[in-house]
Design a protein around this ligand. Structure first.
Ligand SMILES: NC(=O)c1ccc[n+]([C@@H]2O[C@H](COP(=O)([O-])OP(=O)(O)OC[C@H]3O[C@@H](n4cnc5c(N)ncnc54)[C@H](OP(=O)(O)O)[C@@H]3O)[C@@H](O)[C@H]2O)c1
Length: 293
């Protein structure tokens, strides 16, 4: 039995659909029973913040897809370290055999962002006897559908200067997780997952414009602007500083490489930005018109 955590999220929802379509036995962990019913699959209510609920959720589970919330700065800490750490503990206690964990590209212990938190968690997972595989994706194309992608007048918010980013479609991350959960195990391996091309924000805005059939302007925010805005919203100063540092690295090309991990695992090319935009046009329009999620 596979347990899918983060089942309602950007990767999990694709994974759930894939497993269900093939009749693979799995259970989704959800915090809200109504969301579980909407998924339309076997589900169990549980919360990383309630370790007791995880004990019940892990009953009979031998394989785990481990994913949860992204970066949040709460009192200068990343709650995901405690939350995903509780799920790793529950997996060990339940005798789970195989774990596929979502991490992030350039994860390394230290710092206050998700890279530091995932670095700590990946190291913790590696110290267990679990058969773990770690997926370290580049930036998600699905971020274009979120609330921080466009200004209220429909311009793309550009954070990476002229740094090209090899964005990935979460559909491909889910497909890789599927292969690693249901195919031969790849214990002890870490895969950096990227899309098939690296685009600057200017090139991305042009692709979005072509998909929407209207011009798409850009608002360029410098790392310093973002750090100041975040600090103004109450984010701890260290978080804002670390984010500025991360964005400076991306502007200098730290997320530009295109890896072969997706085609190697799936036996087909990674999905392109244009395929993603065409498949998500309705949501993209809402996001760009200021009515997104
Ligand atoms: N966004 C990117 O570009 C990017 C790039 C590389 C790596 N990542 C990593 O990808 C992961 C997913 O990030 P995302 O922003 O795309 O999130 P997401 O998968 O869209 O959503 C997070 C999922 O975790 C669940 N969740 C949240 N809090 C939980 C809790 N306390 N207990 C159990 N489940 C909980 C949510 O369920 P509910 O429906 O109940 O909220 C949701 O299903 C993160 O680890 C992030 O660091 C993100």
């Amino acid at each position: 039995m596979i347990l899918v955590t983060g089942a309602t999220g950007s990767i999990g929802r694709h994974l759930v659909r894939r497993l269900a379509d093939r009749g693979v036995e799995f259970r989704a962990l959800v915090r809200d029973a109504a969301k579980g019913r909407a998924l339309g699959c076997d589900h169990v209510v549980g919360d990383f913040d309630d370790p007791g609920s995880l004990t019940a959720a892990f009953d009979g589970v031998d394989r785990l897809f481990l994913n949860g919330p992204g970066a949040q700065a709460v009192d200068g800490e990343q709650p995901m370290v405690r939350q995903i750490g509780a799920a790793i503990d529950a997996a060990v206690a339940a005798g789970v055999e195989r774990v596929v964990k979502i991490s992030v590209w350039h994860a390394a212990p230290g710092g206050r962002l998700s890279e530091g938190a995932h670095g700590e968690l990946d190291r913790r997972l590696a110290a267990t006897d679990l058969h773990w595989t770690v997926l370290q994706p580049s930036g998600f194309l699905q971020n274009l559908l979120g609330p921080a992608a466009f200004t209220s007048d429909g311009r793309l918010i550009s954070r990476y200067g002229d740094g090209p980013i090899s964005h990935i479609d979460c559909h491909d991350i889910a497909a890789c997780a599927d292969v690693l959960l249901t195919g031969p195990a790849r214990p002890g391996e870490t895969f950096v997952l990227t899309g098939p091309e690296a685009l600057t924000d200017a090139q991305l805005a042009d692709r979005v414009a072509a998909a929407l059939g209207r011009p798409v302007g850009r608002v360029a925010l410098t790392p310093g602007d973002l750090a100041t805005a975040l600090a103004g919203q109450g984010a701890p100063i260290g978080f804002a500083e670390d984010l500025a540092e991360l964005l400076r690295g991306a502007a200098a090309g730290s997320l530009a490489e295109v890896t072969t991990a997706v085609p190697d695992l799936l036996g087909r090319p990674a999905r392109t930005v244009d395929e993603f935009l065409a498949d998500n046009l309705t949501e993209l329009r809402k996001s760009a018109d200021g009515q997104g999620s």
